[in-house]
Design a protein around this ligand. Structure first.
Ligand code: NDP
Length: 508
């Protein structure tokens, strides 16, 4: 049985070895790049960017429409590559290709309006007679660094709004899953699009080089790496948007449709094998419905089929070291008094397999309730009432999203208002992520900024205000030098006229 995959980076041979997590076998090698390659790539992209900006948003939309068609035409192949390099069931990469098309459609509709110059209508007497216009200019070179769990969406998906904005983009996929991204770059070249999108391949040092070269960094990954990116970017005051880890809670309250809550808890906990930043990592269930909920969940988890063929539900762990993380957290919980209802062990076959696991009698002294697990484990805790569920849900350094299951939507909305997270799905899971019109971002250590929505495009731009006088102007202004008592009095009178009330406007 091969559970460990061989080292992925071979610096001596200058290669990245890419493996199938499902059985540990070798797929292919990629040349391992160095910081100098990132610098050369950045120079090429910077040279191509001005023309990309010059053709305007309508010109860019035409290219992105062609790219959309290429993605649609090649969807099955992209899904196959994403499934193979990630050890995933095909449904998971299918979500990525679907959302990439959704993103292109949404920004094709919204980008022209978002990027058009906006007239500012000042009310202040200080700018009386002036005309001000706000323009949006792209950051010239955007660096996108992505994680391995949704490798297409977290690289190309984030590059798309930057391209609409007029930026050039350098992508750094995880060394663990570079192949689908390489294919998507080939697609961009295949349609003959301007050379404003490239990828660089390597490990963390290549990520560092991307941060050094880029004018804006879009990062998705762990909190620890996010902190490193933030520190590195601080040296050059490079703006960043960080989409980081989560420990998302699911709250099940009395009166909820328990069948739906159980189906959703199992989907939310085990889709993409638990390797979803917004996956359910802890469940809090009100006492009166706890026993019934547990019975339903355990039966459904036992019915999950591990594998990667079309009749499977749960794939392999994409990143081999995750096996140890998951196993260590499960063992820590059991050692501290948790009870395993199903799973809790590796699956005895080649590749990186862990049995879908349900833990009960857990509490917040256990790592499994506090640290991100990112694997197929659902720890479930009994709570007295909704208030205790809210208190425990908020007892976390993370704040990505949450779900609330309740019979009464108004009650669920009251609970949602008290949760310290960037999104709450009521009687559901992941709606905020699959809706490209909604902002998706974390509170607390889960990130800075958000993707999707208008903000997801505007963050790749800088504002520039251009102001001039609408009326004929003389040689000077009343508040310029020289400061004299007469000019000061006239200025004061003008301000009083605007800010005063009633007779006070005239100095009475
Ligand atoms: P990592 O933080 O380990 O890596 C993320 C990316 O950063 C990879 O491409 C990695 O390269 C690169 N990298 C590593 N070191 C540096 C560095 N010093 N500077 C710049 N880049 C660097 O995350 P994982 O890939 O393990 O992804 C899992 C994490 O991502 C989880 O915490 C998950 O919650 C989070 N995530 C968050 C999402 C969100 O939207 N909030 C969505 C999906 C995942 P390499 O892999 O080659 O070492």
């Amino acid at each position: 049985m091969t559970t460990k995959q061989p080292a992925r980076l071979d610096t001596e041979a200058g290669l990245i070895y890419v493996h199938r997590p499902a059985d540990g076998t070798h797929i292919t090698d990629l040349p391992l790049q160095q910081a100098v390659h990132v610098a050369e790539c950045a120079a090429r992209l910077r040279a191509a960017q001005p023309e990309w900006e010059r053709i305007g948003v309508r010109g860019r939309i035409k290219w992105l429409a062609r790219y959309r068609q290429w993605i649609v035409d090649n969807t099955d192949r992209l899904i196959s590559i994403g499934a193979e390099e990630g050890g995933r069931v095909r449904n998971e990469p299918m979500l990525e290709t679907t959302l990439m098309v959704e993103l292109i459609d949404y920004y094709s509709r919204s980008a022209p309006k978002l990027l058009e110059p906006k007239r500012i209508r000042p009310r202040s007497p200080l700018v009386l007679g002036k005309k001000l216009t706000e323009y949006r200019h792209p950051h010239r070179l955007v660096g996108v660094i992505g994680a391995w769990n949704f490798p297409m969406l977290l690289t190309i998906g984030d590059a798309l709004p930057a391209l609409f904005a007029g930026a050039a983009v350098v992508l750094k996929p995880s060394e663990v899953t570079p192949l689908a991204v390489r294919e998507l770059i080939r697609g961009w070249q295949h349609i003959g699009a301007p050379p404003v999108l490239e990828a660089v391949y390597g490990g963390g040092d290549i990520g560092v080089a991307v941060v050094d070269e880029a004018d804006f960094v879009q990062f998705t990954g762990s909190v620890a790496t996010g902190v490193r990116v933030l520190e590195r970017a601080a040296a050059t005051i490079t703006p960043v948007s960080l989409e980081l880890g989560g420990k998302d809670p699911c709250l099940v309250l009395a009166g909820a449709n328990l069948e739906r809550a159980a189906n959703c808890a199992v989907y939310g906990g085990f889709s993409n094998n638990g390797q979803v930043c917004m996956g359910f990592e802890r469940v809090y269930v009100e006492d009166s419905v706890y026993d019934r909920f547990i019975d339903l969940v355990v039966a459904k988890v036992r019915a999950l089929r591990s594998g990667t063929d079309d009749n499977s539900d749960v794939g392999a762990l994409t990143f081999a070291p995750q096996l140890d993380t998951v196993d260590t957290q499960v063992r820590d919980a059991v050692a501290k008094g948790a009870r395993l209802l199903t799973g809790g062990h590796r699956i005895d076959r080649d590749g990186t397999w862990y049995a879908p696991t349900v833990l009960v009698e857990v509490d917040h002294s256990m790592e499994i309730m506090r640290e991100e697990t990112f694997g197929p484990v659902l720890p479930i805790m009994r709570v007295a009432d909704a208030q205790e569920a809210i208190r425990l849900a908020n007892d976390s350094g993370f704040g990505l999203s949450a779900s609330v299951f309740a019979g009464d939507v108004q009650r669920a909305e009251q609970v949602a208002a008290q949760l310290e997270v960037g999104a709450v799905n009521i009687n559901d899971f992941l709606i905020n992520m699959t809706c490209v019109e909604a902002p998706q971002g974390g509170w607390k250590r889960s990130g800075i900024g958000s993707r999707g929505s208008d903000y997801g495009l505007l963050k790749f731009t800088r504002t520039k205000v251009v102001a001039h006088s609408r009326i004929p102007i003389g040689d000077s202004e009343i508040n310029w030098f020289p400061y004299t008592p007469g000019r000061r009095k006239a200025f004061r009178g003008a301000i009083r006229l605007f800010h005063g009330r009633g007779l006070g406007r005239f100095g009475f």
